[in-house]
Design a protein around this ligand. Structure first.
Ligand code: MTE
Length: 323
């Protein structure tokens, strides 16, 4: 065991690389391989030149259910104190350890993930356990757009428009029983698609958890889209969590199961390194990560530095949860 180096999740070589240089590196590598022309052809197929919000590279054509719901109406309650992150920047600076720990490469590796058909099981201590087909969910849930900030525990941040619906609307459909206290979210397990899952020493599949009260908070959002269209795979297609007052690792991607439990579940990073990643993981400038300060954050793309805010600035919604 002593020889196996457990990867430190946030000790990433490209931690401080600006996304622009990531982009330029990628271009020069591709150019060096002499495939720039081929790349341009294969990556524009199926993308309308006027897709608006930007760089929706190599995604599938929209399903009829998706066509009917995107773009969704923006909910004006959720405003930002800073500019939105450019779509092309957010889409090429991703944490998705199932595929790779190199942020700029997630987009390419994640293309292997099949996102249709896709079902979401909601079970455990509930009155009506159900398995939802993703397109059925899109048709039946009240989709809206919300501008949220996301603060990664690595001290970078972004601000993006998610499309989705409050988790509590889904929970209402299954009716949690009174003994349920926590919610566990589980991502897919496909080690032959997602090569990062061949790292057998990590506790795959990726799992996260919230208290039931946190899960029922108005802010807790299940996102199916970003920038006015369905989520690209690197952002967690076809459905992921967005809990903006917590560090980004709580916002689990590509969810297949949501379970209501009567105990606090084990979660991925907390199991890998519990001294560095606690279960609650609420954003707090006064509690440093053991290896770096959390007092400030750097916006990806623009490089602007902002002071970190308690609960990432969402105290108005969540203070009461921790009173
Ligand atoms: N979900 C899964 N399944 N696997 C992951 O590795 N990384 C988390 C979170 N959700 C992760 C995940 C981390 S550390 C962050 S910061 C956010 O996703 C990043 O989301 P983004 O790539 O859409 O910006």
């Amino acid at each position: 065991m002593g020889l196996i180096k457990i990867p430190k999740p946030w000790e990433i070589v490209d931690r401080d690389v600006t996304p622009e240089s990531v982009y330029m590196n990628r271009r020069s590598v591709l150019k060096g391989m002499g495939v720039l022309g081929l790349y341009a052809i294969t990556h524009t197929v199926g993308c309308s030149p006027n897709s608006g919000a930007g760089n929706r590279v190599s995604e599938d054509p929209l399903s009829p259910a998706e066509k009917a719901v995107y773009p969704a109406k923006r909910n004006p309650r959720f405003t930002l104190d800073r500019r939105l992150t450019a779509e092309a920047i957010a889409a090429r600076f991703n944490n998705f350890y199932e595929f790779t720990d190199i942020k700029k490469d997630v987009e390419v590796h994640a293309r292997a993930l099949k996102t249709r058909p896709w079902t979401l099981e909601v079970s455990g201590h509930v009155q009506n356990p159900r398995t939802f087909d993703i397109d059925q969910l899109l048709k039946t849930m009240p989709l809206e757009e919300r501008l949220y900030r996301l603060r990664c525990v690595e001290a970078w941040a972004m601000a993006v428009p998610w499309t989705g619906f409050p988790l509590k609307k889904l929970l209402e459909q299954v009716q949690p029983l009174s003994k349920a206290t926590h919610v566990r979210f589980t991502s897919f397990y496909k080690p032959f698609t997602a090569q990062g899952q061949l790292a057998f020493w990590n506790p795959w599949p990726y799992a996260e958890g919230l208290t039931l009260k946190e899960a029922q908070n108005d802010l807790t959002f299940l996102a199916t889209g970003i920038y006015g269209h369905p989520l690209p795979r690197q952002h967690g297609a076809p459905i992921r969590l967005a809990v903006p007052w917590k560090y980004g690792f709580k916002s689990i991607k590509s969810i297949v199961k949501i379970e209501l439990l009567d105990y606090r579940p084990a979660t991925f990073w907390n199991t890998v390194q519990g001294l560095e990643y606690d279960f609650l993981a609420n954003v707090n400038p006064k509690i440093p990560h053991p290896r770096w300060s959390q007092a400030k954050e750097k916006m990806i793309g623009s490089g602007e530095i902002f002071p970190t805010q308690l609960f990432n600035g969402y105290g108005e919604w969540v203070n009461s949860l921790y009173a």
